[in-house]
Design a protein around this ligand. Sequence first.
Ligand code: FES
Length: 267
Amino acid sequence: MSWEDEEKEKGMTRRDWVRFGMAAGALGALGGLGGLVTGQLLPPPLQFTGEIRETIQYTKFPPTDPTADLWWNPRAGTPVKAKDFDKEWKGATGVWRGLFQNNQWIPGTGYPCLIIRIKRESTYFTEPPASAVPAKLPEGFKLYFDDPTLDPANNGTRIIVLFDRCVHLCCYPGWHVINNPPPDRGYVVTPPTYAVFGENPVYCICHGSQYDPMLLIVETNPKNDALYVGAERVHGPAPRALPVIPVKSQGGILVGGLADPAWYIYC
Ligand code: FES
């Protein structure tokens, strides 16, 4: 199901929100005019009080495949904690830099993201050397969360956060939320997530693209020529990697960090 469908289910589509924003803007302008010219005749300007949250917050995912475990849905609107990912390959949907009003996320705002705990190992996991990362990450941020002391029985915890807009036509790829039809196995790059660990990669049901969160590589965003780090595409039609969102932990809560906005500008 698309993001737009999800928004509809919440009662407000992106179009509705844009309309609301325009109406609010118009009312605000008129209210200002009313204050000058007509006194009490027009309603007062709408007061907007909201905040953009740098912490990553869970978002609700609509029911899809009955075999999918949407464990995070009851947590929608609350911050994502690293320790919530108490099993390897556990994933969730969230939003970074979402606009919240009265503690409620305003659908359509912020960067939708996938939060995925991968296996913490070094045989198959790949990432660019620090010298090849094409932007300076903000202080304290890394390309992924990595803590050897969290779940030491599994060699620690490693969590990747990906921008959840497909580089093909901007659908919303999912992590283990749609298993039927299963992802096609005609891979252009062998994905260790599937080939070694038996887990489906990130899967965009719209046209079948897949991305492997164990393979971080540097690619070019053709919209602006920006180099970025992303999860390698292992099945088309997507032509390139899905950008990561750098993260850090703040008191156990995952916070996103902006390396370069150009990484995400393509939809
Ligand atoms: S939009 Fe994702 S495969 Fe086409």
